[in-house]
Write a protein of this length. Structure first.
Length: 298
């Protein structure tokens, strides 16, 4: 079975086109134990996750996101751009727009290509959700969580104000004083935020430093992965959090700088939508023999 290795700003994935694969092969590669083995950077191929491209009755294709720990995520913004590049360049879908079915709904992606090569993809990420019941998180379902103190048990740091947003998957955003502080907090309290009792499905944790109203430095502790070089939905959620807290403006492109590079995020007026523009790069192709996969020695 062929796979393609891609990355979006260093956020790397194995993209596997299963649209015509036999059912048993498609099921095997999506099994959690095989995903974990494939994503292992010493004993497998290595990656932040596996992106399974599946047939869809409502879109051009369906993307299933499988994290490196074997869990499933609703959406992966950087991964979506990689899937669109694969489908456009080598999957027989050379169209200016591709619609992809995801766990967060049907998303339309505009392709910027030259000579058959995708240079960037702009994804209409949908309407951000701010109600607790939509994220989901604890508390009154019809209330927002804006700058609410989150207490980390046994943590040396005090409670930190967080703003919570769903971009089809949950995010808890804390604004901090510097990029260095963002890295330190991601390492020290990121895991505790991910597993905090407020979040029944766990959460992604964002630590953001506002450079000015059109630029944000961001470090993400990603649910099921840990600190990653980039997170598209995290960049979108952070831009939304910045606008609703008065740190940035709607209808104005915001440069979000992640460790692996930058994304351009625009929050539409009235929080009516979010657009994410960024690159995706093909790294190499390979052949999978799942029968030869072995779990990491214990």
């Amino acid at each position: 079975m062929r796979f393609a290795k891609y990355h979006g700003l260093g956020n790397d994935f194995l993209v596997v086109d299963l649209r015509t694969a036999p059912d048993d092969e498609a099921a095997a590669i999506q099994a959690p134990r095989n995903v974990i083995a494939l994503c292992d950077r010493q004993f497998g191929v290595g990656g932040d996750g596996v992106l399974a491209v599946l047939p869809s009755t409502t879109a051009d294709a369906r993307m299933r996101v499988l994290n490196s720990d074997g869990s499933e995520a609703e959406m992966f913004g950087n991964g979506l751009r990689c899937v669109v590049k694969e489908l456009y360049e080598r999957g027989g879908l050379r169209q200016p727009e591709l619609a992809i079915e995801t766990g967060a709904g049907r998303l339309v992606c505009a392709v910027d290509a030259s000579g058959g090569t995708v240079r960037s993809v702009t994804v209409a990420m949908g309407v951000p959700r701010l109600l607790r019941g939509q994220i989901p998180m604890a508390g009154p379902a019809d209330e927002r969580c804006i700058e609410q103190p989150l207490v980390i048990p046994d943590a040396a740091s005090p409670a930190r104000p967080v703003t919570c947003v769903s971009m089809g998957n949950p995010h808890a955003i804390a604004f901090v004083g510097s990029r260095d502080e963002a890295f330190e907090l991601a390492r020290s309290i990121g895991p505790a935020v991910e597993h905090h009792a407020w979040f029944p499905r766990r959460t992604n944790a964002e630590f953001a430093h506002v450079v000015h109203r059109t630029e944000i430095d961001l470090v993400v502790w990603e649910r099921g992965c840990g600190i990653t070089l980039a997170c598209g939905t995290g960049a979108c959620a952070t831009a939304v959090a910045a606008t609703v807290t008065g740190r940035a403006d709607e209808a104005t492109p915001i440069r979000v700088n992640l460790p692996g590079g930058s994304l351009e995020i625009t929050v539409q007026p009235g929080l009516s939508g979010v657009a994410m523009k960024g690159p995706a790069l093909h790294v190499f192709d390979g052949e999978l023999d799942l029968a030869r996969l072995a779990p990491r020695p214990s």
